[in-house]
Design a protein around this ligand. Structure first.
Ligand code: HEC
Length: 113
């Protein structure tokens, strides 16, 4: 029993130490959004205004998984547009986190300027 507790304690500590490193960051995601998306997604830009509030968390998950500008206009070729291919996996995760944290049905929806 004591041994089991020890193992559990170690697991909890390891998880706590490891998580900040792997966890996606909404704050960083916002930066990615400004840098990679806002070039086109402004009110007058070619992509139109874009905010996490426009979709629910489930809809964003779907969009990030497969849509991502695929085949919607002649600008985008193939399954994923260049916009996404230019991002690291971490940046994409941060970006998704940002959209989920402020989605329509999130705890604290927010417009992002
Ligand atoms: C090169 C310009 C450009 C960039 C950069 C860009 N977009 Fe877009 N985006 C567009 C255009 C144009 C459309 C409209 C496509 C269409 O419907 O034909 C669009 C559409 C979208 C839509 C669909 C909107 C809806 O109502 O369903 C989403 C979501 C989206 N973009 C997200 C993003 C995200 C997230 C990024 C940053 C990673 C991004 N876009 C970067 C041009 C861009």
């Amino acid at each position: 029993m004591k041994r089991l507790l020890q193992i559990l304690t170690i697991l909890v500590v390891v998880a706590a130490l490891a998580s900040p490193v792997v966890a996606a960051s909404s704050r960083k995601g916002k930066k990615v959004f400004k840098k990679s998306c806002k070039t086109c997604h402004t009110r007058r830009g070619e992509g139109g205004k874009l905010s996490p509030l426009q979709k629910t968390m489930a809809q964003w998950r779907i969009y990030f998984k497969r849509d991502q500008h695929a085949d919607k206009s002649e600008v985008w070729q193939g399954d994923k547009s260049e916009v996404w291919q230019g991002m690291s996996e971490k940046q994409q995760k941060d970006l998704l986190k940002f959209f989920l944290d402020f989605a329509l049905d999130a705890d604290q929806p927010e417009t992002c300027g």
